[in-house]
Design a protein around this ligand. Sequence first.
Ligand code: AHR
Length: 507
Amino acid sequence: MKRVTLKMDTERKISRIAPEIYGHFSEHLGRCIYKGIYVGEDSEIPNVKGMRKGVVEALKEIKLPVLRWPGGCFADEYHWKDGIGPRQQRKQIVNTNWGGVVENNAFGTHEFMELCEQIGCEPYIALNLGSGTVQEAAEWIEYMTYDGGSELAKLRAANGHEEPWKVKYLGIGNESWGGGGSMRPEFYADTYRRYRTFCRDLSGNKLFPIACGPNADDYNWTDRIMPLLKWHTKAIALHYYTIPTGNWEHKGSSTEFDEQEYYQTIRQALRIEEIIDRHLTIMDYHDPEQKVSLVVDEWGTWYDVEPGTNPGFLYQQNTMRDAIVAAIHLNIFNKHSDRIIMANIAQTVNVLQAMILTEGKDMVKTPTYEVFAMYRDHQGATQIDSVLDTEYTGIGEISVPALSESVSVSENADGEEFVHITLSNASLTESCEVYLQLPANQEFTGTAEFSLLTNEVNAYNSFEEPERVKRQIGNEEWYGNRTSVTLPPCSVYSATCKIRKFDCKCE
Ligand code: AHR
């Protein structure tokens, strides 16, 4: 068994972890919205106003903070007026990006806002820059947020929502360098500026515009849009997917993989840190005052679809490997929370690295869901200085850090301080004992509540065995400034414990 020390100092506070780092993405793609989240009011599946009850409850449990919609690629062909008014009269269109199926627009603006209200999260609207118009975008904002007697506000009321909604996050362009219009950076920046000009802050609503950022390691995109957008946007949005083989043609199976492919996946997942750092360096060069933040708009694993399923639906299983990938990403995002203000995993239900999979009336929570549940205490907490001298693991020529970590602190209403520690062990063979070390003037005091998620690396939750991969929850007494935890191979761990500080003559 390996032994390492995680040093943390609760007095060295670094940055607030925006709850939105634990955000999600839901597109009109496959069975994410239809049959997944939205089953319709007449469904036999328990629902509230058409929203599947079990899904909403599960998403509330992980405190889902923000939900991006309606795409993705779908956003660039979405015309919002198709999705309002009596459902039977809504326009039937073809979802050209995702399987060429008919989209009946039963789920539109009102339904999305209702979903956000039920979950208790911020809506994040992605505009159509690809095939829409500036007028259409401006009218959508007016329809949603204007509190007056305009035609569009009256239409909203006639459609059942008298009160305007609050819309904060506004995505202006999705993958505009590719599926969103194949734009050159300069053309995109000018297009963004036009849309931004006419999407107004109305009736006290304040928009937080987010520009289309780079695809993975496309540093040129960041370098060219930053000087043109730094006065016009609040953030730029990076997309990075973990593809085990790195090859879009043969991405690899979600459940059938060997050790080599597993460690390759971990290596691909870890790339995001370098990608983030390099984009931030370019952003800082153009914007030394760091007015523009980074959003990781789409992230997660992307495998070949499950055999026998529609290739356009991007349905994949989710194993312990996905749990490790999620833990690594979330630790990295926490550690960059001074600059990353939001991240949205793709996609909430039945698509890519989903939280939940459904089949008819049944649903299962995935190992990735378990990780989001284990990490939820970081939301809104303050990341603190923490360092871990990790060992390396891997196979053949692949060598990756075995452990990842992040630590935050928060206070309760009585001013008591709590530390939240999350760790993952990517090694498939070695356990690791991690000493949790506080400085001499700080100590753990009382009952630590912990969760441990571990299983065989390709274990997953199926409809036959829905709880095969589930976090074990426990508690133990921690006192003094040092304690230790053991991480089995292939595991994710989280703990929360009250801490105390005192005057100390020692260093
Ligand atoms: O998440 C699936 C797709 O991946 C999104 O629609 C698009 O933005 C990205 O290419």
